[in-house]
Design a protein. Structure first.
Length: 82
């Protein structure tokens, strides 16, 4: 059974403290905007690794692809749409 965007959102929220979290998708391909203080001082690759860690084995078993914007609260406040 393919996960819904709401389920993917919950998977992330359960394992990563987020100030803002949006997920959309079609069941196998998802897009997410993730805003967390945990991203402060981290490079893009480290931010993505943190999200993959939050998803755990679901990234291998349930989620085929995840495109993400990973932002700190200050980055999101400065540019929420892009």
């Amino acid at each position: 059974m393919l996960p819904t965007p709401e389920q993917v959102r919950q998977y992330i929220a359960d394992n990563l403290p987020c100030e803002h979290l949006e997920v959309s998708g079609d069941g196998s391909h998802f897009e997410a905007t993730i805003v967390s203080t945990e991203f402060e001082g981290k490079r893009l690759i480290a931010r993505h690794q943190r999200v993959y860690a939050a998803l755990g084995d679901r990234m291998k078993a349930e989620i085929h692809a995840l495109s993400m914007r990973t932002l700190t609260p200050a980055e999101y406040k400065a540019n929420p749409n892009g």
